[in-house]
Design a protein around this ligand. Structure first.
Ligand code: HEM
Length: 969
């Protein structure tokens, strides 16, 4: 256990308080429990502190007495194995995880349930702080300065980097300062720029289109297939290459859904005419719907893209179905075997783009040799900002695909189609690409939008919804302008900052850009407080995500404002410890959103209680405009590892259960294959059947569980005309593995060690010990473990070979090839497991987690960094940029005062969710259907039951819904 001094105690205390929602009580209330275990825990000092070195970090495991104190005997009994301990604490699951009723057990701020939740939150906060401390590796050549420091400052407090200047070749080079100090000003800082430059006004290039992806793992652990150093060679022997183990064989043995009625599924292509007799079985998550699956695809199109205009490098490679391991020896796959497995040796794919593959330079620090970047790098071909670039564009070409309304250029063009349908239909539908539009020919026939790749009914849905939302904001603003033409809109132009811009003066172009800011912020809010809280459906995460956005002191404005000021000042100091560890922990108090968007004089806490205090934030002061961002010493971009954990294709069903909102919504009328909505066909069916019917259909249907043998069949058999192969088909599940290998993602076990999670020592560790031994679920898990062993093989281990520098064994010795097994024994090739395969195989997950804990740690780090680094979500979230109406719209989820949801879902009073408000505005005809919906991503007809229940039971009125048919029998 790591121990530390008083500084770390402060972090611990604030961490508990910050994420624990312990407003009003002592953060040390955890110690107030009188049980023997809690006393022991305190006396022994078994509280993990922020680690000083990488090998000391918190691995999510606590001592026996701590587990007993925080979760009773059950938590203690579940400590075995590599998995996180906090999910077994009191109140971290459903009603069965609540402490047995006794005095104080249900109290909100003290008692076992509060302790369980607060401790879980403390551990999550500790993980986040350590992730920030140990897992930032920028590929844009700033890493050396991060390690060695610069001009007397240590790396983690650096705020500007020469590498983030616009280069001489950039058209705006002179405008931002040329060879002098570069600072963006004037028009460049008003709104989100097309290519994402000037978000950070002192690092103009950061996050812009074509910047290199970062890494979250040490550079020399990337590209394990290349065997570039002794450690990777020890770890994997000669067992790995791009096609070893064979990716199509992995896909067919470990990813294919059970085919109960292949004749009714037809490889995911369903039956003609969308016949409802079609059946493609899949494992379903009861608490997450198909809208949630497409939401995340819609998000990833905003955040990252390795492809350029839907293309990779014009060079074609085979993609496997060639070899398989038989008793750990590689054998060719015969034609007959290929047929039986369903794989295709004739498939080919275009090679991934690589930005640099020259040998990286090295440097020395503290006697250790470091690489300056990964052996190969890749570029992100969209902006890394959460700027709705999928809707509005990320470069000149994509910007040209976005159609404005010629009659009102503040609006996006929406056409009158299906006007006789529901009320929302009157708001219109996106237009279709015209000849002359700059598109890849495969996109012909689709709705016109900036990011058109891999289009289907899901992307069509969200692009239409948010185009309507954009126009709804413009309409509301214009109505306000008509009512108060001389009123102050709140907007200012940094070119002339003292000029008050009245409503009537706001130009259509300005209004368009304001609407983009508002829509992007709404999307970020939906993702943070609505999508993620349903993805991670339990109380600690509900509090944690709301804390990220609103702060835990959301209802205590004075405390929140005071903390905001403390955090802002921490950002002014140059003490690495304070600015990073404390900053990250404390920021949860006021919330990350809006950090630094107020500036007060005087001693922070005293100043804030002063009723006459004045906000001194000033548009003329670049420190105020930019002062809320914090990159923790490493310029912001997504790490390559982030893409890996977003390979969420199993979430997709093969068939969409189509319903009609005004014609017995409980009845499934058709089963529409998702593949029949691919590309231009999506646009056709969108217009034919209408947005509201698709909302209802995807809102009621459960998405696919992220687990083994659950990939959609249509993606394993995807036909794409660009493919230059005999089959013209590709197995996207196999491609997911190939792309990760091309981009050098460490394999699963090292991936976990790098992120501060415990390693597995055999495939058996995947089995969930909570599942009863004789049950069919346990049997299925054990079968899959056997298949993992067959696919990845075993080898006799050699304990003289150390395999990692990221962690040590419990006794302080280096971890070696034997992973604790006797020297020379046959051990599982657990080190070789592709990371996607590994996280899909995690059968044991925290309650209500649609993802695995390995994916989750990647999110903890990067989801908050994406807010911390963006000026428009922190210090520039102000009326000067968003207008007063825009600020209100984002804060209140729409116009007017905040609307509250009925009742207290899971014990909380909560506003009507942001996406529910968007759907009510864009499809008012769904008001009845949405009435009982608390979170738009929870299946709409499900009864949410009590405290974080995952039951699949119909809500009143939906008892005869076809989706609950099995439950009725
Ligand atoms: C109809 C639906 C979908 C289709 C047809 C589709 C198709 C594809 C294809 C063909 C690729 C490979 C591109 C390449 O590397 O050459 C890909 C990549 C990817 N897909 Fe999907 N996909 C769909 C839905 C989703 C969903 C729901 C998610 C959820 C997050 C998702 C996440 C990803 C990610 C993260 C990548 C990697 C992107 C990159 O490398 O930049 N996809 N998809």
């Amino acid at each position: 256990m790591g121990r530390a001094g008083i500084g770390a105690w402060i972090v611990m205390a604030t961490g508990l308080c910050v994420l624990g929602g312990c407003a009003g009580n002592s953060p040390f209330s955890i110690f107030a429990d009188s049980t023997k275990s809690c006393t022991e825990m305190v006396l022994q000092g078994d509280i993990q502190m922020v680690a000083t070195t990488r090998e000391q970090r918190f691995l999510g495991k606590v001592p026996e007495s701590t587990a007993r104190c925080l979760g009773g005997n059950r938590a203690e009994g579940l400590r075995e194995g590599p998995w996180l301990d906090w999910p077994s604490y009191w109140a971290a699951g459903d009603a069965t995880s609540l402490a047995p009723a006794r005095l104080l057990s249900n109290a909100k701020v003290i008692g076992p349930n509060a302790h369980g939740i607060n401790a879980a939150l403390y551990e999550l906060e500790l993980q986040r702080i350590e992730l920030i401390k140990f897992n930032l590796f920028d590929n844009n050549k700033t890493y050396k300065a991060y390690v060695t420091g610069r001009d007397g400052e240590v790396g983690p407090v650096l705020r500007t980097w020469p590498e983030m200047r616009l280069p001489r070749s950039h058209p705006d080079f002179i405008a931002v300062g040329g060879d002098q100090m570069q600072v963006c000003r004037g028009e460049f800082i008003r709104f989100r720029t097309l290519t994402g430059i000037c978000n950070d006004i002192r690092n103009p290039l950061m996050g812009s289109t074509h910047q290199l992806f970062a890494r979250n793992v040490e550079f020399d652990t990337t590209f394990p297939d290349l065997g570039l150093n002794e450690m990777t060679r020890n770890r994997h022997g000669d067992r790995l290459s791009l096609l070893k183990p064979d990716p199509q064989i992995i896909s067919r043995k470990l990813f294919t859904r059970a085919k109960l009625r292949p004749d009714r599924c037809q490889d995911g292509y369903g039956l003609p005419g969308g016949a409802k007799e079609a059946e493609c079985e899949y494992k379903k998550a009861p608490f997450f719907n198909v809208l949630a699956a497409f939401w995340i695809q819609f998000m990833t199109h905003d955040w990252f893209a390795h492809l350029k205009e839907g293309h990779n490098k014009p060079e074609w490679i085979a993609v496997g179905c060639a070899t398989q391991l038989v008793e750990s020896i590689e054998q060719p796959v015969t034609g007959k075997e290929a047929e039986k497995l369903g794989c295709r040796p004739g498939d080919k794919i275009d090679v991934a783009y690589i930005a640099e593959d020259t040998k990286p330079e090295t440097f020395m620090q503290g006697g250790k040799v470091y690489l300056t970047r990964a052996p190969k790098t890749t570029a992100n071909h969209v902006t890394a900002w959460w700027d709705a670039s999928q809707l509005y564009g990320y470069d000149e070409l994509s910007g040209k695909r976005v159609k404005r309304d010629p009659k009102d250029p503040a609006k996006l063009l929406l056409l009158p189609i299906r006007e006789a349908g529901g009320e929302g239909d009157k708001q219109g539908y996106l237009p279709i690409f015209q000849s002359g539009d700059p598109i890849n020919p495969e996109w012909f026939g689709q709705e016109a939008t900036a990011f058109p790749d891999n289009w289907s009914i899901g992307t069509s849905f969200y692009h239409n919804v948010f185009a309507r939302e954009h126009n709804a904001f413009v309409d509301a603003f214009q109505r306000q302008a008509a009512r108060t033409p001389d009123g102050d809109s709140g907007l200012r132009n940094p070119v002339n900052p003292d000029h008050v811009i009245r409503y009537r003066e706001v130009t259509p172009n300005e209004l368009f850009e304001v609407a983009r800011l508002v829509v992007a912020a709404e999307i970020a809010k939906i993702h943070t407080v609505e999508w993620t809280t349903q993805l991670l459906y339990n109380e600690p995460l509900n509090r944690g995500m709301n804390a990220n956005w609103n702060g835990v002191f959301a209802n205590q404005k004075v405390v929140a404002e005071a903390l905001k000021e403390v955090v802002r000042r921490l950002n002014d100091t140059h003490d690495a410890k304070k600015t990073n560890s404390l900053y990250a922990a404390l920021a949860g108090g006021p919330g990350i959103f809006g950090l630094g968007n107020r500036v007060y004089d005087g001693v922070p806490l005293v100043g804030l209680i002063d009723p006459n205090k004045q906000d001194r934030w000033d548009l003329k002061n670049p420190e105020h405009v930019n002062g809320g961002v914090n990159h923790f010493g490493s310029p912001f971009n997504f790490p390559e590892e982030f893409i890996t954990v977003y390979r969420l294709h199993p979430m997709l069903p093969d068939l969409i259960e189509f319903r009609e909102w005004n014609n017995e919504p409980n009845v499934i009328r058709h089963k529409v294959p998702v593949i029949e909505t691919f590309r231009g066909q999506a646009t056709e069916v969108m217009r034919q059947k209408g947005l509201a019917n698709w909302a209802l259909s995807m809102g009621r249907q459960r998405l696919g569980e992220l687990t083994l043998q659950n990939h959609p069949q249509f993606l394993q058999n995807l036909k794409m005309s660009r493919l230059q192969s005999s089959t013209q088909q590709i197995d996207v599940a196999a491609l997911d593995l190939i792309r990760d290998r091309e981009r050098g993602i460490p394999r699963y076990n090292e991936f976990r060690r790098q992120y501060g999670l415990k390693q597995l020592t055999s495939f058996d560790d995947f089995v969930d010990a909570r599942v009863p031994k004789e049950s069919s679920d346990r049997h299925k898990q054990e079968q899959l473990v056997k298949t993992l062993r067959e696919v990845y093989g075993q080898h006799p281990c050699d304990e003289s070979k150390p395999i990692t520098e990221a962690q040590l064994n419990d006794d302080g010795s280096p971890i070696n090839d034997c992973l604790g097994h006797p020297n020379g024994s046959l051990i599982d090739n657990i080190e070789d497991v592709d990371t996607v395969v590994g996280w899909l195989a995690e059968f044991r997950r925290p309650h209500g987690f649609a993802i695995s804990e390995t994916q989750f740690v990647v999110f903890i780090l990067n989801a908050s960094r994406r807010l911390f680094s963006d000026r428009f979500f922190t210090s520039s979230f102000r009326p000067e940029f968003y207008t007063s109406l825009g600020v209100e719209w984002v804060m209140h989820n729409g116009p007017g005062p905040e609307m509250m949801e009925q009742g207290t879902p899971n014990g909380h009073e909560q506003p009507v969710s942001p996406l529910k408000r968007v759907l009510l505005r864009t499809m008012p005809e769904l008001a009845g259907e949405l009435q009982g919906v608390v979170n738009v991503f929870d299946p709409w007809a499900r009864d949410r039951g009590e405290y974080y229940s995952l039951q699949w039971k119909a809500r009143p009125g939906a008892e005869d819904d076809d989706a609950f048919a099995n439950n009725r029998r």
